[in-house]
Structure formats: C-alpha cells, structure tokens
Design a protein around this ligand. Structure first.
Ligand code: GLU
Length: 421
C-alpha cells in the first residue's frame, strides 16, 4: 500500500492513535479532528511591471479553547490547504504541550519568494493582512514567521493591521524586529529550544555531546542557528549540513563561519570548499549521534527510516517524520523527539513577545533564555514521565504519543470546562 503523505491525514492519524491510547471522549475527538475555522483568500498584488497577480492565501485557526490562535505564515511555492491545516493542528499541540495561553493556527501563501523583489514582498504581506483582517488580532489569532517569512515581513504586516484598526497593535503578530517591540531572543529561539531538549535527551541516554557527530538538514533560520549553537553550547561536531540544493559532508567537522560565507557568496552550502558533496537523501542516512531535520515535512518516510543511523533524531522541522517511519524508528531504537516539543522554542518566545507587548514592559535576553529553558525542559520531563506512567500500566508508547496525550488532554479539558461538549 502506498504510504500516506498528506500532512493533514498524517496529523489526523496521530491524533487518532493518541485518542485510542488515552481513551479520549468521542465528542472531543470529533471536535479535534478538524480545524474550527478555515479561510482561503484570492489576494491581488501589484507586481513590479504594473500588472496585478492573484495569490492564493490561507489562514486556518485549528482550536482556540485555551487561547487565541497562534502560528506562523509560510510563503512557499508548494503550499496547500491540507499542509496549512496539518501545521495548524501541530501548533495546537505545540502550544498546549508548552502550556502557554494559545490555541493553534497557521497561514500560508502559494508563492515563490526567490522570484519576488522587496516591493512585491511588501505588497503581498500588506495584502495578506487586508484579506484576513477579520480573523486576526491579539485576542483572536496571532501570526508569526515561518518558512520564507521574516521579521521584516512581520513588521509590514503589523503596520498594515495597525493602520486598519487606527491604533498600534504590536501584540497582533510576533517575531517582529526589536525596533517595533519584538522580543530579545526570538530570532534563534527555535534552535535554542531544540538545544535545551537535546541537552536533556543526551543526559537521559548518557550520550556525550562534546565532539558528538551532528548532521543537519536545512540551512534556514532553525538549521543555521542549530549549527552555531550545537558547536558553541556542547562542543559538538557538525559533520554535514544541506540546503534545498544538496549538502556537504566532512568527517573532521564543518566550520560555521566558512559555511555562512560560502552560502552568502555562492547562494548554496555546496560552495563550501574542502568537503564532500552529498544529496539530501544521503545526508539523512549518514552515521551520526544526532540527526536534525530542520527543513520541511515528510523527509523521513517508510523508504528511508530503516537506514537512519542516528542515536537521537531531533525534529526541528514541522512534520519531518511520517507515522510509518515512526514505527520503524522505534523498532530500531532511535530516540525520536517529536517536532512539537523540539521546535516549540519559537512559539514559546513568541508567547513572551505577546506578553511583553500586552504589558509594555520588556525583558533582557538572559531572562528570556532562562524562562524558555524552564518551560521546554518541563515539557520534556512531562513527556518522559507520561511514557513511564503508561509503561507502568503495561503500555509501551513513543515519546510522540506521550507528548500527544498531554497536549490533547489539556485541550480536551479546556473544551470540556468551557462547555463545548
Ligand atoms: N512558525 C513557528 C512554528 O512553527 C513559530 C510559530 C509562532 O511563533 O507562532 O512553531
């Protein structure tokens, strides 16, 4: 049978599995299987040649029982409604596991930012806000950056929304530049949160991180900082990294500054001299202590899961591992840490940003880092504890299922006490 690769079907399957294990109420389960609100817009944008181009945009608010919708906006040529729906479900579980006052949401536009100039990007960003103004707001649904969207894009979006509402609305979007009250520490928070999780996982599995071999797929925001932090925090050795064009590998370890320079100069990590070139597929199968998928969904499937040679799989991307791959990884004893725990640092610091915007009082970098560490380490420990609790009842469950059980349980409890079922 062909493997299911539709991200929304995958998200539903994960929920169904968790619901079965935890004995979730049927009404709650039905409510949680679909997004609460889906909006699709045809967005007109003025292009540099004076013509108007229509872009398809999405905003899905999956659940708001525990707080406003929350989640990034992706600008991606292969964006689809089902991907956005899946990502909005994962945001719901992410915010719930972190126990922050948000539900889950996600947005996206089908577009290729590599072919657009800054003016076109600004026009699109502002037009997105006009199209979705009624379903966004600091107490409704709060966007943030994601794949191919940046703090600058958040600034344009905040500005457009504020103009429409006739007042500054800093708390309507997070991941903003510091000049307009973004939070200290937000930019590298996704990768940093992942490193805190890695620290705990390595401790638990008694893996020494000094000189540990790390392989990273993806050189976007998460992958870039993961490289830098893994070397700085642990003295780990990043032996391979890739971008969408392919990767480079060196047993001796790669140099971060040299790699950044190569990427800036040639547009690809493959411009790095003195390393072997590898494809994205080969990279995932390299011998490593830690493998970090930090690109997009469906990278580890039933086709290559059996060939993963890492002790720890740190899912820094959203949805990189399919359910069929999950089963194989568990059988092979890979410690696979789920995306909505590993990459929750981004939204946790987004939450700090929203809190600071609401209070108009700002924290220093160290305070942000300390608070992030406390929250994400607690999430990790809660997950491990839930695994142990189920083991005590004779049920062996994966870290992902343990995290699901906590997250779904909290959303279901909030819906119950609000009287939704
Ligand atoms: N886009 C990031 C994520 O997938 C951050 C979301 C946010 O900060 O709202 O978690």
């Amino acid at each position: 049978m062909a493997e299911e690769l539709n991200p929304f079907k995958i998200a539903q399957r994960q929920l169904d599995d968790a619901a079965g294990i935890m004995g979730l109420d049927k009404q709650a389960h039905a409510l949680l299987r679909e997004p609460m609100r889906t909006v699709v817009a045809n967005i007109p944008v003025k292009m540099r040649d004076g013509t108007t181009k229509a872009f398809t945009g999405f905003r899905v608010m999956y659940n708001n029982a525990r707080g406003p919708g929350k989640g990034g906006i992706r600008f991606h040529p292969q964006e689809s409604l089902d991907t956005v729906k899946a990502l909005s479900a994962w945001m719901t579980w992410k915010c719930s596991l972190a126990n922050i006052q948000f539900g889950g949401a996600k947005g996206g536009v089908i577009c290729d930012t590599k072919t657009m100039n800054p003016q076109e990007l600004e026009n699109l960003s502002r037009a997105y806000m006009r199209a979705f103004r009624n379903v966004l707001g600091p107490n409704i649904d709060v966007p943030a950056p994601d794949v191919y969207t940046t703090p600058q894009i958040m600034a344009w979006m905040m500005d457009e929304y504020s103009k429409m509402s006739g007042q500054d609305e800093f708390g309507m979007i997070t991941g903003k530049p510091l000049e307009i009250w973004g939070s200290e520490g937000r930019f590298d928070s996704t990768a940093l949160g992942g490193m805190y999780v890695l620290r705990e996982a390595a401790k638990l599995k008694k893996i020494k991180m000094k000189n540990a071999k790390v392989v990273i797929q993806g050189f976007g925001n998460a992958g870039t900082f993961a490289f830098d932090l893994a070397t700085k925090m642990f003295g780990a050795k990043v032996v391979a990294i890739s971008d969408s064009t392919g990767g480079v590998y060196s047993d001796k370890g790669l140099d971060y500054a040299k790699l950044k320079k190569a990427k800036d100069e040639t547009g690809s990590v493959q411009g790095y001299k003195g390393a072997q070139s590898v494809t994205n597929e080969e990279l995932l199968e390299l011998d490593a202590d830690v493998l970090i998928p930090a690109a997009i969904e469906n990278q580890i499937t039933q086709k290559n899961a059996g060939k993963i040679n890492a002790k720890i799989l740190l899912e820094l991307a959203n949805g990189p591992v399919t359910p069929s791959a999950d089963e194989i990884l568990i059988q092979n004893g890979v410690f696979d840490l789920p995306d909505f725990l590993v990459n929750s640092g981004g939204v946790i610091v987004s939450y700090f940003e929203w809190v600071q915007n609401r209070g108009g009082y700002y924290w220093g970098e160290n305070e942000v880092y300390k608070k992030l560490d406390t929250i994400i380490t607690k999430s990790f420990n809660d997950m491990i504890q839930t695994q142990k609790d189920y083991a005590g009842k004779g049920k062996k469950i994966s870290p992902r299922m343990a995290a699901y059980i906590i997250a779904v349980g909290r959303v279901a409890a909030a819906m119950k006490v609000r009287g939704w079922y």
